[in-house]
Design a protein around this ligand. Structure first.
Ligand SMILES: NC(=O)c1ccc[n+]([C@@H]2O[C@H](COP(=O)([O-])OP(=O)(O)OC[C@H]3O[C@@H](n4cnc5c(N)ncnc54)[C@H](OP(=O)(O)O)[C@@H]3O)[C@@H](O)[C@H]2O)c1
Length: 281
């Protein structure tokens, strides 16, 4: 009897933990407008878009290149040789051993004094922001400082430095009027970046990111196990592999667009990200 109630409590705690992680990503809104890359014609044209993009000799910066998404993004951008100059901006220098990384420029900045590092943000055509922390790591104030203040200041400096296409990794369910701090901050940041008036602004709203993270995040691990036990279509609505997110980012980048602001929800990320599989040899 006691054992039964122990099991019941365990299951309830497990459910609570998983819900805590998933809930912010479960939005009940209807489908968003047709995403870029959803037509076969666009996907079929990717090799041509990639070639055209390379000839433009653009430069890029990545914020958060040491993180789960940023690392894969940097690797793919280098593998595809899309830019003539690649800069990563972070709070620490990263040691790379592979030859492919030898031309990567690194700007080490103090995010508390970003105004003093405006030169790091100058002269990039494209910017990707994959910066972020969690409340469990940084507390509520720390989360807001990184996910809102650092991101907005970086976007502002990027715009002043000449960036034309800004890409922001947000989250499924982002909503500035949400009662969840995480979603509220993501929604607020999305809206404020739009006010900077980039020539092109792309927002990615993935659900739970599936990746092999070195750092231990028990709630994320549990959510992954939970999602892994669900029917594939349900799991797909509420999660996405980091490799798919990065494929969507790169494919969207190379595709010409006449839209000033693009919003890719989790479904659009799956559609655009599957156009070419990163895991292919
Ligand atoms: N995890 C998910 O399931 C999920 C789902 C949807 C959206 N997102 C959003 O996607 C974005 C990227 O997520 P991710 O899991 O790829 O990120 P991640 O692995 O946690 O990496 C975060 C990046 O931000 C940097 N960073 C963190 N705290 C910092 C600080 N105080 N000062 C300067 N830099 C700091 C890290 O640098 P260091 O290496 O120096 O720490 C790292 O490069 C985040 O904004 C997240 O909210 C995540």
């Amino acid at each position: 009897m006691q054992q039964d109630s122990g099991l019941g409590v365990g299951a309830a705690v497990l459910l609570l933990l998983v819900s805590a992680l998933l809930l912010p990503h479960l939005n009940l809104e209807g489908p968003e407008e047709e995403p870029p890359g959803s037509s076969m014609m666009e996907a079929g044209s990717l090799p041509k878009f990639r070639e055209d993009f390379r000839t433009k000799n653009k430069s890029v910066f990545i914020l958060g290149a040491s993180g789960a998404t940023g690392q894969v993004l940097l690797r793919e951008i280098l593998k595809e040789n899309l830019f003539s100059k690649v800069t990563i901006i972070g709070r620490r220098k990263i040691e790379f051993e592979e030859e492919a990384y030898k031309h990567v420029h690194q700007e080490v900045v103090d995010f508390e004094k970003l105004d003093e590092y405006s030169s790091a943000f100058q002269g990039h055509d494209v910017g990707f922001c994959c910066l972020g922390t969690t409340r469990s790591k940084a507390g509520s104030d720390g989360f807001v400082r990184v996910d809102r203040d650092y991101v907005l200041k970086s976007a502002e400096l990027a715009k002043a430095g000449g960036c034309k296409h800004f890409n922001f990794l947000s989250s499924k369910g982002a909503d500035k009027s949400s009662s969840f701090l995480y979603l509220q901050i993501k929604g607020e940041v999305e809206a404020k970046i739009e006010e900077f008036n980039f020539e092109r602004y792309t927002i990615f709203r993935p659900a739970v990111l599936l990746c092999d993270r070195k750092e231990s995040r028990p709630a994320e691990w549990l959510a992954r196990k939970f999602l892994g036990s669900l029917p594939a279509s349900w799991a797909k609505d509420h999660s996405v592999p980091v490799t798919t997110v990065v494929r969507a980012m790169v494919n969207n980048l190379i595709m010409p667009s006449d839209k000033k602001t693009e919003l890719l929800d989790n479904q659009a990320i799956h559609n655009l990200g599957k156009a070419e599989d990163l895991n292919k040899p």
